[in-house]
Design a protein around this ligand. Sequence first.
Ligand SMILES: NC(=O)c1ccc[n+]([C@@H]2O[C@H](COP(=O)([O-])OP(=O)(O)OC[C@H]3O[C@@H](n4cnc5c(N)ncnc54)[C@H](O)[C@@H]3O)[C@@H](O)[C@H]2O)c1
Length: 315
Amino acid sequence: MKKPIHEYKKVAVIGCGFIGYSWGVAFARKGLETWMYNRPSKTLDTVEDRMRGALQFLSKEGVISDEEIDDALGNVHITDDLSAAVNGADYIQECLWEDLALKQDIFKTLTDMTDENVPIGSSCSGLRITDIAGKVANHPERCIVAHPTNPPHLIPFMEISGDNASQEVKDSVFDFFEQVVGQKPIQCKEVYGYVLNRLQLSLVQEALYLVQEDICNVEAVERALTEGLGLRWAFTGPFGVEELNSPNLFEGLDKYKDYMIEFFTKEQKKVYDYDKDFIKKCVDGFAPLMDGKSHEEYLLWRDQMVTRTRRLKED
Ligand SMILES: NC(=O)c1ccc[n+]([C@@H]2O[C@H](COP(=O)([O-])OP(=O)(O)OC[C@H]3O[C@@H](n4cnc5c(N)ncnc54)[C@H](O)[C@@H]3O)[C@@H](O)[C@H]2O)c1
């Protein structure tokens, strides 16, 4: 039976790195009892500060009030005791390193420790959940991919997948993320890279090719995306773009077919390899675009722009 969303009250986040801490912020600010587990480490020692910093950022940007910072942090429990984290949890989000053996091990442990009706989502970016959890003894059908876009407390798109998982579990977790956490999930079949990374990798591949062949420089690629495609893509995807580039989508796709086949079969080539000199060429070409900002300043600027664009979309 599909688990109703009002049954999601306590969540456990397993691994408090980049993705784990950010999931923790997304859960805690929505009033969920949020247990953050990591083995003893600097990551564990600093996770509260990082979560507070992210909440302060949201408050500064006007997304939440100052009081909501304390409310959210009041929902957070930080621990290196796995059983305390998962005991009574209604949902578990695994965020350990992308390592098959490590994930297999933690899924075996988590499924042994928890009730069969507790869904367990993996943040994994490329591994197949059937390889990770297909052989766990205790109800593998509740193990799914719940792949975020980094950082999930700012970017809502996520992918739910798992060919061995039950449709009830996938639907229930989908509703939980959409209606309780405020994400924008999709469901897809279990293919390498799911949807977002497949789209992104096609584009990165072409970007590398254009620079490798000296067709244009790094700045030109960045400009094409940030001043061209990206401005449309925050609002209309490829189908929406084609609807507007033609009298309508039908005619657009019909016309596009000949050009696209010509391009893909004859013109577009793949980058199969590159060396350190090429990486250096990309780094040198990109450096001026950071406009003197450090990595951290560039990250903060990106987060501000993403948050403001989201507000514009929501308005
Ligand atoms: N970083 C991204 O952009 C991104 C985006 C989407 C999905 N993901 C996926 O999210 C997952 C986590 O990635 P990340 O970038 O947060 O990694 P990370 O290295 O920042 O964090 C991993 C955490 O796992 C902890 N850990 C490792 N082994 C452990 C163990 N045995 N017991 C307890 N804790 C352990 C580490 O201490 C660390 O805190 C990966 O599967 C990754 O592919 C990452």
